[in-house]
Write a protein that binds this ligand. Structure first.
Ligand SMILES: Cc1cc2nc3c(=O)[nH]c(=O)nc-3n(C[C@H](O)[C@H](O)[C@H](O)COP(=O)(O)O)c2cc1C
Length: 329
């Protein structure tokens, strides 16, 4: 019997498959289903910073002042379904009903409103918090360092005020990710989730308006996180969670070979149902048996960059091989 257990955020998980933050796990029914599917842990749907702010303030934030009606309507709807109080209730229920770790998630752009609330999340029993820092660098006056500094400010405030482990879910668009990742992990953050998949947008040419698009990932989107997990394994002082485009057991095996501690999956569950978790775990287990691996540690990071003698030359070599077609022969 293969041992699929893994360590993540200071916890022992029975396997590395985590249900990623989404509407799949926005209520207790979803959390129960996730646990029954055999997943190793759950990241609850994110609570938006704006909802915490809304509850503690009489007025909506300035940034919405040009859309007061839309803002009012949206906030009323969101508060009702996804408000901060319900979130604490969900954590408590989840902790009392299922026996896998429950990771809370905050979607934020600043540390201003939710830090005190995060302490209540901790008190409600969440095992860890994942921060989805959704800062879009659209201000042309800001340098890449200014943007990084904003991320670091949020993380610092979180680390100083929250005692449970903290994971940070990052998008892929950083100028010097190796250095930035090291800075994040050096600041007391316990894990990096690579990579967040942001809301994708499109334009409806008939209605002439912006609409959401491509809600679910496809497997080819995984290569970006595969590369960066492989680059950062053993080169940052925190756990690495792979996310985006992981759709089957082979994808999970690849991410662990690259160096992932765990994987977070979401689109494949929307597309195939929670039964996909068992399929993935069976595929992982069968592959380990046929390769004579007793545990994930036996092969984790085997294809990471840190295992290559001259890592920069190795990356360059793979690139040249791919471009010249030599790899195909
Ligand atoms: C319908 C939907 C809702 C989501 N909601 C959240 C959320 O609340 N918080 C969050 O951090 N990510 C959210 N995500 C992003 C997923 O957690 C995940 O990062 C992304 O879908 C990439 O993983 P995948 O390729 O396995 O889908 C959502 C994704 C979808 C499709």
């Amino acid at each position: 019997m293969s041992d699929l257990s893994t360590h993540y955020l200071g916890m022992k998980l029975k396997n590395p498959v985590i249900i990623s933050s989404s509407t799949l796990v926005q209520n207790i029914e979803g959390v129960r289903e996730a646990a029954q599917s055999g997943a190793g842990a759950v990241v609850l749907r994110s609570l938006f910073e704006e909802l915490v702010r809304e509850e503690s303030e009489a007025h909506g934030p300035q940034m919405w002042s040009s859309h007061p009606e839309e803002y009012g309507y949206m906030m009323a709807e969101l508060q009702l379904q996804y408000g901060p109080r319900n979130y604490l209730e969900l954590i408590k229920k989840a902790k009392s009903e299922v026996d896998i770790p429950i990771i809370a998630s905050i979607n934020c752009t600043t540390p201003k409103w939710w830090i005190n609330y995060a302490q209540q999340i901790e008190a409600a029993g969440a095992d860890a918090i994942e921060l989805n820092i959704s800062l879009m660098p659209i201000d042309p006056a800001k340098t890449s360092r200014d943007v990084e500094q904003e991320f670091l400010t949020v993380m610092k405030a979180a680390r100083e005020n929250i005692n449970i482990p903290i994971a940070v879910k990052l998008g892929p668009h950083f100028t010097s990710l190796s250095r930035f990742a090291n800075e994040i992990c050096g600041s007391g953050i316990d894990a990096l989730v690579l990579f967040n998949r942001f809301y994708q947008f499109d334009i409806d040419i008939k209605e002439k308006k912006i609409v959401g698009a491509n809600w679910y990932s496809s497997p080819h989107e995984m290569s970006r996180s595969l590369r960066w997990i492989s680059v950062l394994y053993k080169r940052v002082n925190c756990d690495l969670a792979a996310n985006t485009g992981i759709h089957d057991g082979a994808d999970v095996i690849k991410q662990i070979l690259a160096g992932a501690q765990v994987v977070e999956i979401c689109s494949t569950i929307y597309l195939n149902g929670f039964g996909k978790v068992k399929e993935i775990l069976d595929e992982l287990s069968d592959w380990m048996k046929s390769n004579h691996y007793a545990s994930l540690d036996d092969f984790r990071g085997q294809l990471s960059l840190s295992r290559q003698k001259d890592s920069e030359a190795y990356e360059r070599l793979q690139y040249i091989k791919a471009l010249t077609g030599i790899e195909k022969k």
